[in-house]
Ligand binder design. Structure first.
Ligand SMILES: NC(=O)c1ccc[n+]([C@@H]2O[C@H](COP(=O)([O-])OP(=O)(O)OC[C@H]3O[C@@H](n4cnc5c(N)ncnc54)[C@H](OP(=O)(O)O)[C@@H]3O)[C@@H](O)[C@H]2O)c1
Length: 323
């Protein structure tokens, strides 16, 4: 098997490609022949050692993947060799094979391609968790999605639309906004050239109901100020780097709420609830209520370059690595 290895924390160009013996399954585990590994911004943070959870090197990055089971350990029930599955294990996905506890594996429904399955777990579970568990998005509400052409951004558009909300997408270029409109956004704000708060209030007089923020930096305060009476701001991530400080009078005014979203930690500590959440997402995909896009495909060996692209804002939508 072939895998990408982080031998020391740092930039993704330091990642190495290693060949190793094929994997075997211990009791309770399955081996997956990886068909595609989803690329997530957090993978670059794990490699840099700059995320709140730190994995000491050496490790193989890749927080999610999909493929076909090639070996099943003793005691595993419900899975057989040949099953198409997706896995979300935090690490290990950037490889041609991975071994993982069967409890972290889910069957991929018929009709869902393995590249799409590899790319949807984190982004869709985060968006679904945000809008159905941390807050409740109602039909007819207006949702402003920042970083709208990124992984979490596109999933948030799809989920908000599926819940009956109207979406305003905000992103840094017209090409990115075009992607967001294909995903279902009804209106667009180019926050490189337009004032986010002023334009959001123009598009949604009185303010928007909800802001989904995976970007951080200066946009968080502008998002907060875009909210109407009783509006909710979901803090999801800080892809732009700086962790913002916000004026709390803007939360007090108009009875707004700022809601933290830590899907990853929640999923880790509530495995049963996460299985229910993922099943809801997959059911909605099977029913055609949610429509995740086909991801861009890059060879596994380009993992370092792809993560550099993520860090330097060059990726659009989701990307998968193909072993
Ligand atoms: N809280 C949770 O449970 C949770 C779960 C998943 C992800 N996250 C976090 O959410 C954030 C987004 O993740 P993702 O996988 O959606 O990432 P992504 O696909 O790379 O998208 C990030 C978006 O952020 C925007 N951005 C603004 N400044 C940027 C910069 N300096 N560098 C890179 N992107 C920048 C980009 O859009 P524009 O160019 O249009 O601005 C880009 O589309 C990350 O911080 C991630 O760790 C949190």
């Amino acid at each position: 098997m072939r895998r990408i290895v982080c031998t020391q924390w740092g930039g993704p160009e330091g990642l190495e490609i290693h060949e190793a013996a094929d994997l075997t399954a211990r009791p309770g585990q399955v081996v997956i022949d990886v068909a595609a590994a989803g690329v997530n911004f957090v993978d670059a943070l794990f490699v840099a050692g700059s995320y709140q959870i730190k994995f000491p090197p050496p490790f193989t990055p890749g927080s999610e993947c999909a493929g076909v089971i090639s070996a099943v350990g003793d005691g595993v029930e419900g899975f057989s060799v040949g099953d198409r599955v997706l896995a979300s294990g935090g690490l290990g996905g950037y490889a041609s094979q991975m071994v993982i506890s069967a409890e972290s594996v889910t069957k991929v429904p018929d009709g869902l391609s393995l590249p799409v399955a590899a790319a949807l777990g984190q982004s869709y579970c985060t968006a679904w968790f945000t809008m159905t568990r941390r807050m409740s998005v109602q039909p007819g509400e207006t949702v402003l999605v920042l970083g709208a052409s990124g992984g979490v951004g596109l999933a948030s558009i799809d989920v908000a639309r599926a819940l009956g909300a109207s979406v305003i997408a905000a992103a840094s270029s017209d090409e990115r906004l075009a992607d967001a409109q294909v995903a279902g956004a009804a209106a667009a704000i180019n926050y490189s050239t337009e004032d986010l708060k002023a334009r959001a209030r123009e598009l949604s007089p009185g303010g928007v109901d909800i802001v989904i923020d995976p970007v951080g930096g200066d946009f968080t305060e502008q998002g907060l100020r875009s909210l109407r009476y009783g509006g909710r701001l979901a803090i999801i991530g800080f892809a732009s780097g700086p962790i913002p400080k916000i004026p709390t009078n803007q939360v007090l005014l108009n009875n707004r709420s700022v809601v933290g979203v830590d899907w990853g930690a929640w999923a880790m500590h509530n495995a049963g609830d996460q299985r229910v959440l993922l099943a809801e997402v997959l059911d909605a995909v099977a029913a055609g209520t949610l429509n995740p896009a086909e991801p861009a495909q890059r060879p596994l060996d380009e993992a370092g370059a792809v993560l550099r692209d993520a860090l330097e804002r060059r990726l659009r939508g989701k990307t998968v690595l193909i072993p």
